[in-house]
Design a protein around this ligand. Structure first.
Ligand code: MG
Length: 168
């Protein structure tokens, strides 16, 4: 078993759609970013990449690359999921905390879990998404942005391990 941690934060600005966990959430502001700004997916990607020792999202998707400007974060998560499988790992579970004054996460939790479980090919029950406010403190409390903390646990996939390493 291996564990990874991920963190991300993006600014909330007018004139952008709000995406969290691959789900569009009704809001008068969205997250600014080179991609769609989905910091929940970005933090989860970094947690998984950390667990499989594959650096971070900026290494695989540099924001200097104009070809990926406006890319859906769902595509980034699909890439990370494929890379995980290629390296012979399976995701055991994911836990994430979305730090935001608004929106409330609970009405969208099931939809987000469904979306992520479909992309990652794991059970909904293996994904946990929690919302947390900071009681008005800091940039999240002032509704200037959203921050996300995530952890991911992975394990070697039986069989694939032998294929990748040549066995014992
Ligand atoms: Mg990001």
């Amino acid at each position: 078993m291996r564990i990874g941690i991920g963190y991300d934060a993006h600014a909330l600005v007018r004139g952008r759609k709000l995406f969290l966990g691959g789900v569009e959430i009704p809001s008068d502001r969205g997250l600014l970013g080179h991609s769609d700004g989905d910091c929940l997916i970005h933090a989860i990607c970094d947690a998984i990449l950390g667990a499989i020792s594959e650096q971070d999202i900026g290494h695989h998707f540099p924001d200097s690359d104009q070809a990926i400007k406006g890319i859906s974060s769902v595509e980034i998560l699909r890439f990370v999921s494929d890379l995980t499988n290629k390296k012979g790992y399976s995701i055991v579970n994911i836990d994430a905390v979305v730090v935001a004054e608004t929106p409330k996460i609970s009405p969208y939790r099931e939809k987000i879990k469904e979306k992520l479980s479909e992309i990652l090919g794991i059970e909904k029950d293996s994904i946990s998404i929690k919302g947390k406010t900071t009681e008005g403190l800091g940039f999240t409390g002032r509704k200037e942005g959203i921050a996300v903390y995530a952890v991911a646990l992975v394990e070697k996939t039986p069989g694939v391990w032998q294929e990748v390493t040549g066995g014992i």
